[in-house]
Design a protein around this ligand. Structure first.
Ligand code: PMP
Length: 296
């Protein structure tokens, strides 16, 4: 998405209790969140002025902060209202919201017990580019060299900045090799997820998706599982070996940013976006932004 650099935009960012000019929403280079990864965040979307799954995202933000031992200096209700407020203030209807919480710069070192817990929320225009025919072409993925680590080694259910180091490495390598994204295996060699989205496959009319026991159980993933079950589609959550990809028919990714996006191939394995994927793309659109289909 082209446009001015993210530190050069117009508007306001809510920062520790007040709106500051977008270009002045800065932090010190000696911030703990930058050096030691004590940062958690959310990616939230609004459609037609309504923030989708706002409570679920805010709950996860607080759970992530708590997992990293950070006490958020606001209540959930306050941050929910604040997210609604920033949309209004910025005049946004179809938007992406990025709440972020990080330890500040009072002390520099591993231990940062007394460091300030900073909270900011930025929001920017992000229309839903709803062109099913383009999206149905599907993404091309490659299997990443990095794998999702053992859940005993990282707080794998937190949406924490540090967990994205291997995602950026994997995505850069995939892009440099001509792919759209990478699919990561877990530490035991099972299929895990993409670098910023969960993954589903279909076989004989049923959905198969990895058990989220060492990666994020995405809010979109949960929504899609629910939508599929409402349609009477069987959803099987299990360990999936990479060789099984030879037997799957369809494949798609789910996430706040990608919504439901078909996958055309993962290395030598090809998939054909079909009835289940298109059904769930439509159902998700209806759920998240019911006015979009009507407006077409
Ligand atoms: N996995 C990772 C690594 C992600 O960054 C995301 C996006 N937040 C997801 C899965 C999907 O999560 P959600 O559906 O809650 O956006």
């Amino acid at each position: 998405m082209a446009g001015p650099a993210f530190d050069q935009r117009e508007g306001y960012i809510w920062y520790n209790g007040e709106y500051v000019d977008w270009k002045d929403a800065k932090l010190h280079v000696l911030s703990h969140g930058l050096h030691y990864g004590s940062t958690v965040f959310e990616g939230v979307r609004a459609y037609g002025g309504e923030i989708f799954k706002l409570k679920e995202h805010t709950d996860r933000l607080f759970r992530s902060a708590e997992t990293l031992g950070m006490k958020v200096p606001y209540t959930k209700e306050e941050l929910i209202e604040q997210q609604k407020d920033i949309l209004k203030k910025e005049g946004l209807t179809d938007a992406y919201l990025r709440p972020v919480i990080w330890r500040g710069s009072e002390l520099m070192g591993i231990s940062a017990q007394a460091n300030r817990i900073n909270v900011a929320i930025a929001a920017w225009d992000w229309p839903s580019y709803f062109k099913p025919e383009d999206r149905l072409k599907g993404l091309r993925l490659t299997v990443a060299e990095w794998c999702r680590p053992d859940p005993r080694t990282i707080p794998c259910h937190a949406k924490a900045a540090g967990l994205y180091m291997i995602c950026t490495l994997s995505k850069h390598k995939a892009e440099n090799d001509g792919f759209n994204d990478a699919m990561m295996l877990d530490f035991e060699g099972n299929i895990a997820e993409a670098t910023g989205a969960n993954i589903f496959f279909t076989k004989d009319g049923a959905l198969h998706t990895p058990v989220p026991d060492c990666f994020l159980d995405g809010i979109t993933r949960q929504t899609v599982v629910d939508l599929a079950r409402r349609r009477g589609i069987e959803v099987i959550e299990r360990k999936i070996r990479p060789e099984e990809m030879a037997d799957f028919d369809e494949c798609f990714l789910t996430g706040t940013a990608v919504e439901v996006t078909p996958v055309a191939s993962i290395d030598k394995y090809s998939f054909k976006p079909g009835a289940i994927t298109t059904q769930l793309m439509d159902d998700y659109t209806n759920e998240a932004h019911p006015h979009a289909l009507a407006a077409e």
